[in-house]
Design a protein. Structure first.
Length: 147
């Protein structure tokens, strides 16, 4: 279901166009945004260089459970709490696993090599938990607005 974007909407949004791939799935093609967007110094800014390494100037979001058609222009919004939850899943859990893995080995008086191994195993466990949460749909819902 799509809604009309209210004029005083304050949540983060991005606009894009709905596309259909060869397998018949719908995707929302949205422009890839720079990390900082605070200036136009594209040749001397390291963020611009790193953004260029990402390849495509756009990215695709899967469209499921919404009555949209190929060619539709829509704006997608996610609540601020949803963005925080996504950031925690993507960055927080793996980082927490890394720190806890290293700390557990340090508390048990293992040497530096074992602590590094514990950090690596904690990182892997954090990534696996994140993948499990994403596969089970524990991501915030997106709201689609017609343009």
């Amino acid at each position: 279901m799509t809604e009309t974007l209210p004029p005083t909407f304050s949540e983060p949004t991005v606009s894009g166009q709905v596309m259909r791939d060869g397998a018949g799935r719908l995707w929302l093609d949205v422009p890839r945004l720079s990390a900082c967007q605070s200036c136009d110094k594209t040749s001397t800014c390291s963020m611009s260089v790193l953004g260029g390494l990402a390849g495509s100037a756009s990215m695709r979001l899967p469209v499921e459970g919404v009555d949209l058609h190929s060619g539709d222009r829509v704006t997608v919004a996610c609540s601020s709490n949803g963005l925080l939850k996504s950031a925690f899943l993507a960055y927080g859990l793996p980082s927490l696993g890394l720190v806890v893995g290293a700390a557990m080995m340090a508390v048990m008086n293992f040497d530096d090599g074992a602590q590094a191994l514990g950090a690596g195993l904690g990182l892997i466990l954090g990534v696996m938990i994140t993948r499990w949460a994403v596969a089970r749909g524990h991501l915030p819902a997106l709201t689609y607005f017609e343009e």
